[in-house]
Design a protein. Sequence first.
Length: 100
Amino acid sequence: VLGMKLLSIQPVKQYGFVLYFLAFTDESPPNPEDLYAVENREWCWQRPYTTLELQHVSGSGGRLRNARASESGLDAIVVQVGDDALWQHLKDGGVLQEDS
């Protein structure tokens, strides 16, 4: 994703979201064949470099909304892609989905 490597995928089913950890690195997690593996989580949290944590909330319908006053943190980052070739590359790679 934008030159970053996916290091770990962590479903948090009881709260209805999935965490994705990415970084600009050439390192591979201990179990690169199974990014859901627990050993990858522990390894990821110990990296000496910055990792990007993305949270996907299922059931949101892909719609963005403003955070409520009782919520903290960032609800969304919107990235505008002006390059049609890059947009198509992201769609073909399954990174982006358009609303139908």
